[in-house]
Design a protein around this ligand. Sequence first.
Ligand code: ZN
Length: 261
Amino acid sequence: MMTATSDQTGLCALCGHTKPLIKSHIFPESMYRSVYSPEMHKFIVISTNTSRSIDLKQKGIREYLLCYDCDSTHIGKYDNYAAQWLYQNIGCTPERRPMSLQCTALNYKMFRFFQLSLLWRFHIARGHHFKNVDLGEHAARIKQMILDEDPGQQYEYPCILVLQPDLFEDLSGGFICPYGFSHKGVPHYRVIAAGLLWIWVLSPDASGHDLASASVSPDGVMHILLGNQTSSNMFKKELIELENASKLQRNADKLGKWGFS
Ligand SMILES: [Zn+2]
């Protein structure tokens, strides 16, 4: 997250103390690397809600949420770990399996915290991009896990990653903000970021979930599931909707990338 100082004082969402707050990225800054428009070096936010005009942001989407200590102690290091894993390929080269890419040598604690903190950040963010996220009764537990540096069990709020091989380049070009859906009566949230689909299962015990075993395990193994033709068609439909929506918005001529829906 961002470590710039500010004059804004308020209640830190994590430690609960009134302190100077810093303007934190909701999605880690590293995830914007392929999203900035190269011509303008601005991140472009578009919406399928065409009544909103296109937003041009220089530093991604940020809010005053956390004090410096919480940001650097609890969030920044997880973001750094995830950035290294995503972009510097630390740990291992994924091994191709019939239905997945198997990653090994992941740091379970760091990766779990990254995934949990990202979901929690969506929850505490106030901007309209995150209005769909409400963790309800689970928010307090997840916050406590972050504060206590307790990564919990594998099936406690697991996060499942999906790679759509035929659309990876397209999906790397932007974000789709979180939205919730229900699967077998269990709430889920999903985003597209860094070219991957991230799905959180909002359950303290998702051991019966059909995909949860793909999430990072305490021995550092994770399966990135490979999308199929059905999911490919779903992603294509979303990208077409975003593109069509962008054409209806002001500043459409400035668009180089796609953004939140
Ligand atoms: Zn704090």
